[in-house]
Design a protein around this ligand. Structure first.
Ligand code: NAP
Length: 289
């Protein structure tokens, strides 16, 4: 069988289309969405990511400002900068571009972002709400995977979902999102670096989600026939961007598969915009600054 290739750009367009009318309503109330990103040092990857964010924001009439701080910025200076953005009523969403230089503890800085301006859904307040199924703001990539699964229209009830990778922004929040309905939920398994026999788990997955960052990790013979394969990984190999799954092998075995690029990436950006609007709609958490 040849898999249906999931078009992440198409899913993202639909999400953005739905957001447009919400933004119009919010603007009619005199509220203007304004995102501020903070980048320390001149990391090339972070710059490209910020450029993509700016483009996506502009498309929807969300203003965006990238604050480029010098490499020499201290932890305290960066935290103070974030606290100023928290206090500024014109700033409705804040992003800390990762990675930050090694002398800065990025997680500590992220914790300083006001939860109600946390458009990336990574503040402990918002992560904590996921436990209770109150995911107003959740990590964008995990939300993107859920949107992609929804787009297949395949019921997850009773299915085996295997997630490879347990990072704070993908694997861990995904487990919580997958478990949000006790009647409709699939059964998630999470694999990681110490998993003894990765293929044993991937071969029994009705849905396989891979978020590791290792090209070629998942081969065709590690898949169950007819599996849904979501490849979150982004790797540069010989000047080409590829995922963690060997696409040419997997496409012959899966029922649905996301390509890299053009799969999870564009949907993740769309979910950032959705989180931005959730902050504005007053539906986001308002924990302590
Ligand atoms: P991360 O924080 O480095 O996490 C990688 C995870 O993979 C860790 O949990 C690690 O486990 C696990 N792992 C490493 N080697 C493994 C192996 N051989 N077998 C099984 N598990 C293994 O990375 P991340 O931020 O989640 O990102 C993962 C990938 O997704 C990267 O390529 C990144 O660029 C990409 N990404 C894409 C998007 C998008 O929008 N498309 C968004 C975010 C990330 P241990 O911690 O136990 O070592």
């Amino acid at each position: 069988m040849e898999a249906k290739i999931i078009d992440g750009n198409q899913i993202a367009s639909k999400i953005k289309q739905d957001l447009r009318s919400e933004i119009d309503k919010i603007k009619a109330q005199g509220i203007s969405p304004h995102l501020e990103a903070v980048m320390v040092g001149g990391n090339q990857g972070a710059k490209i990511y910020a450029g993509n964010q700016e483009k996506a924001c502009k498309e929807l009439g969300i203003s965006y400002k990238l604050n480029e701080l010098p490499e020499s910025t201290s932890q305290k200076e960066l935290e103070d900068f974030i606290l100023q953005l928290n206090k500024n009523p014109k700033v409705t969403g804040i992003i800390l571009q990762m990675p930050v230089p090694s002398h800065i503890n990025g997680r500590e800085v992220q914790m300083k972002i006001c939860p109600s301006k946390d458009v990336e859904g990574i503040h402990p307040f918002n992560i904590g709400k996921l436990i209770y199924g109150e995911n107003v703001l959740a990590p964008c990539t995990a939300l993107a995977v859920m949107e992609i699964l929804k787009s297949t229209k395949v019921s997850l009830k009773g299915k085996e979902v295997v997630i490879v990778g347990h990072s704070e922004i993908v694997g861990k929040p995904l487990v919580l999102l997958l478990l949000q309905s006790s009647l409709e939920s699939p059964t998630p398994t999470v694999c990681h670096i110490a998993t003894k026999d990765l293929a044993f788990h991937t071969k029994r997955a009705d849905v396989l989600i891979v978020a590791v960052g290792k090209a070629g990790l998942i081969k065709g013979d590690m898949l169950k026939e007819g599996a849904i394969v979501i490849d979150v990984g982004i790797n540069r190999v010989n000047n080409k961007i590829v995922g963690d799954v060997i696409f040419d092998e997997a496409v012959k075995k899966a029922s649905f598969i996301t390509p890299v690029p053009g799969g999870v990436g564009p949907v993740t950006t769309a979910m950032l915009l959705k989180n931005t609007i959730a902050c504005l709609a007053g539906t986001a958490g308002s924990g302590k600054e």
